[in-house]
Design a protein around this ligand. Structure first.
Ligand code: KIV
Length: 260
């Protein structure tokens, strides 16, 4: 079982092999996804919404991310572990970004970090790469900018926004990013970015032409409480299984059990 390393993703793109990524936030899920053969586990700051109950990812702190990244890295032996840098941990100064990324690697056990944004974070990305921290970019719908974007809305829909995104992707590649997440953009635009880059693109709501795909594990499992994004394919109804299991247990206990 050879572990997936950062350069392997580029080789996969070159060979035309698709990259399968999912989020995870704890050891049990990391173990299972790793056993299933997932290539990359993203400890996303979606943690704030799907695990911690916040409305957005903005309240997520570095300490929360480190706590959950530690758990995931204890569980995964093969998958590449990428940890999100949460809001305000990489925007204030390059020095702070280096210190905070370093903590996700050193304390959390991640192999790489993900940062949201384009041209405005390119110098930061470059510096992180210079000190040996692999960086994955994130363009399109960047949830940490939810208020500026006016909600969790698809991006890159007019030609100006599309050109800006293409340029941002090129800048991130030049800065040394090893991959870029493209979230909620038109499939054609994602295809164009994918074709123009040597590094892989990982799509979420960005069509099928990306080099890989990532989804939030709670959406995939049908574990989410509220509505799930329209692009998130639900492969199971785990919430239903938990409800019926808990109800069966409650009934058992009330009847004087459970019996073994
Ligand atoms: O936080 C997250 O889980 C993410 C993915 C949805 C790409 O950024």
């Amino acid at each position: 079982m050879k572990p997936v390393r950062v350069p392997d993703l580029r080789s996969m793109k070159e060979r035309g092999e698709k990259i399968a990524a999912l989020t995870a936030y704890d050891v049990a899920m990391a173990r299972l996804l790793d056993r299933a053969g997932i290539d990359m586990i993203l400890v996303g700051d979606s943690l704030g919404m799907v695990v911690l109950g916040f409305e957005t990812t903005l309240p997520v702190t570095l300490d929360m991310m480190i706590h959950h990244t530690k758990a995931v890295s204890r569980g995964a032996k093969r998958a590449l572990i990428v940890a999100d840098m949460p809001f305000l941990t990489f925007q204030l100064s390059i020095e702070e970004a280096m210190r905070n990324a370093g903590r996700l690697i050193q304390e959390g056990g991640a192999a790489a970090v993900k940062i949201e944004g384009g041209r405005q974070i390119v110098d930061t990305a470059k510096r992180l790469v210079d000190i040996g921290v692999p960086v994955m970019g994130h363009l399109g719908l960047t949830p940490q900018s939810v208020h500026q974007l006016g909600g969790f809305r698809p991006q890159g829909r007019d030609s100006e926004a599309a050109e800006k995104l293409v340029k941002d992707a090129e800048l991130l590649e030049s800065a040394g990013a090893f991959a870029i997440v493209l979230e909620s953009i038109p499939a054609g635009l994602a295809g164009r970015v994918t074709a123009s880059l040597k590094i892989p693109t990982i799509g979420i709501g960005a069509g099928t032409q990306c080099d890989g795909q990532v989804l939030v594990i709670n959406d995939v499992l049908g574990l989410s409480d509220g509505p799930i994004p329209p692009f998130a394919k639900q492969y199971a109804q785990v919430a239903e299984t938990i409800l019926s299991t808990a109800r069966a247990y409650i009934e058992d206990v009330r009847a004087g059990g459970p019996h073994r």
